[in-house]
Ligand binder design. Structure first.
Ligand code: ADP
Ligand code: MG
Length: 571
């Protein structure tokens, strides 16, 4: 093919491909334009997940009739004059290409009235072809309607998911904007039905009630913090460890009120929950990061969904510290949900609790992939003083506390106690080792041998004393003191096997400490004397993060006095 200049329609379609991926991207651009225009009220309507119709109405500044055709022209913007403006940009738009791109792949209509005009102008574009403008009556503000998205780009249309899925994506975009702007009343309707609405009160907590529902919002706690140089500020709401999701959909990251996706930033937050929530579960959070515009680059991605921080580590650390402090101050003992407890026999209660707690105790607990250091908490969320009453099923300790009944998972609790002991000793470089009367020789398979070679130093730091014994054999001379009740060979092999799977994100020695704690802890099904249980509970009370085991499972469940009274119908 000879080289030719592409025609405008083709250029438009190609460019649209970058900005407009799916209905949610259109929603996001339109909502951001409305916010840039200073809207105080904003209404988003979707039909068929946005495939058939997307309409965003605002009460913002509006456009003058003469500006309308410009709004649709590529690289036409009212928000930026020179590239250097990018460093102090206070609005979302700056490329002036969103409307042009959307217009290229849809039937678009703008109705807009500037505050100082007495009528609105209307402009329509049919897959990029702009029709002559007309005047219509309308209230001040702008309404943009996008119909038949991608009808002229069948390849794109074919990639769209089911209506509900697309509606879900769009909903997330509107939710993020609503949470970024609690001072704006945002309303979302899908196929004529209200999805959510915020009150525009300016309070994030209220916006969260609107967007996430009262039940979720009730389990969010505020976080606040800033970097030492005060350049990076963190605010927002994060979920209690009891509020988790199976994915990151309800983790909303805002940087200078801009909704972004940022894997490492999300991960930094998740690390703050480390050992508090289960592996594979994700926190719910709305994070507001504020930093001077010149410390973050927003111009790195076509849809501006990614940003680059000048000092990434500083940002992560500031977020993590704020989150950790909030969690430690707020983490209550997990309550037994009332559905679990009904007026049943003790056996019934126990059976149900076992169901609620997926019978993991005693088995090698699940690995924690891609998590960071189980760092001792900055502030403590001490366990309540407890009086031990007995043991249920050889697995749970029943205790009475200041406000009701507590059930403690003996394995999880012991694992937490041992982990903290190991970590404290590690930090002080004072491992406590138990020397064996005679060295024990153990045969390693090639995998275990490789792990051993790679972890020699870490094993020593924890108190192991191991020596090559010719070929693939090892002599065990000493083990960490916490392991003394275990068969050394079997336990070492189990630890090496588990360490082979890696604990990415954790420092190697911490991953090893977790595994060692898990394999050294008393198991479920082991009968304990009253004295042993008291000792364990006492040790747990002394932990910095007593409410969760090393893997994030709860160590205790709480049945409050009030709940007891309610269940027995005393109130
Ligand atoms: P950008 O937002 O990058 O400037 P857009 O293509 O999204 O580019 O919008 C182009 C221009 O149209 C904006 O700069 C703005 O002047 C105008 N505009 C778009 N939407 C609205 C709106 N809802 N209210 C007022 N003006 C708008
Ligand atoms: Mg824009």
């Amino acid at each position: 093919m000879p080289i030719q200049l592409l025609d405008d329609a083709t250029i438009g379609k190609i460019a649209a491909g970058e900005v407009v991926e799916r209905p949610a991207s259109v929603v996001k651009e339109l909502v951001e334009n409305a916010l840039d225009a200073g809207a105080r009220r904003l209404r988003v309507e979707l039909e068929q997940g946005g495939k058939a119709l997307i309409r965003v109405s605002d009460d913002g500044a509006g456009m003058r009739p003469a500006e309308l055709p410009l709004a649709l022209a590529r690289h036409a913007t009212s928000k930026l004059r020179a590239f250097s403006d990018l460093d102090r940009l206070a609005c979302y738009g700056f490329r002036g290409e969103a409307l042009a791109s959307i217009a290229a792949v849809s039937v678009l209509e703008i109705v807009s009235r500037a505050a100082d005009h007495d009528h609105a102008a209307r402009l329509r574009a049919h897959f990029g072809r702009v029709e002559p403008a007309g005047a219509v009556p309308a209230a001040p503000g702008t309404t943009i309607t996008v119909r038949d998205l991608f009808a002229n780009v069948p390849a794109r249309a074919a990639f769209l998911r089911a209506d509900v899925t697309e509606a879900g994506y769009a909903q997330r975009a509107v939710a993020a904007c609503a949470l970024a702007h609690p001072e704006v009343r945002v309303e979302l309707l899908s196929d004529g039905k209200p999805v959510f609405r915020t009150d525009g009160s300016g309070r994030l907590a209220n916006a969260a009630v609107g967007v996430l529902g009262a039940e979720v919002a009730a389990r969010l706690i505020p976080i606040a913090g800033e970097s030492e140089d005060q350049g990076v500020r963190v605010g927002g709401l994060i979920g209690l460890p009891s509020l988790t999701r199976g994915n990151r959909q309800q983790l909303i990251l805002l940087v200078n009120r801009r909704w972004i996706e940022h894997k490492s930033l999300a991960f930094a937050l998740e690390q703050a929950y480390h050992t508090l929530i289960m592996v594979g579960r994700y926190p719910v959070a709305v994070i507001n990061l504020e930093l001077p515009p010149d410390r973050v680059d927003v111009n790195v991605h076509p849809t501006k969904r990614e940003v680059r921080f000048r000092e990434e580590r500083l940002v992560f650390a500031t977020l993590q510290r704020a989150a950790r402090a909030a969690l430690m101050a707020h983490t209550p003992v997990q309550s037994v949900p009332s559905v679990v407890v009904s007026p049943l026999s003790a056996a019934g209660v126990q059976r149900r609790l076992t169901l609620a707690d997926p019978e993991r105790a005693g088995r090698p607990a699940p690995r924690t992939p891609a998590r960071a250091a189980p760092a001792p908490a900055a502030a403590s969320s001490a366990a309540p003083p407890l009086r031990v009453l007995g043991q249920v099923g050889g697995t749970y300790i029943i205790a009475e506390g200041p406000n009701g009944l507590y059930l403690i998972d003996q394995h999880a609790a012991h694992e937490r106690v041992l982990l903290e002991e190991l970590l404290t000793r590690l930090a002080r470089q004072t491992p406590e080792a138990q020397r064996l009367l005679e060295p024990l020789v153990v045969e390693l398979n090639p995998g275990q041998l490789a792990v051993f070679e790679g972890l020699r130093a870490e094993l020593t730091h924890l108190g192991f004393e191991l020596e090559g014994f010719g070929g693939s054999a090892l002599a065990i001379r000493a083990v960490p003191a916490i392991m003394r009740r275990r068969e050394p060979r079997e336990t070492l092999l189990a630890i090496l096997d588990e360490a082979a799977q890696g604990g990415d994100g954790l420092s190697r020695v911490e991953a090893l400490a977790m595994t060692t704690a898990c394999h050294s802890a008393i198991r479920a099904g082991q009968t304990l004397s009253l004295a042993e249980m008291r000792e364990l509970v006492l040790q747990l009370e002394g932990c910095t993060a007593p409410r969760a085991c090393a893997h994030g499972r709860p160590t205790m469940l709480h049945l409050s006095q009030t709940e007891l009274e309610r269940q027995f119908e005393r109130r």
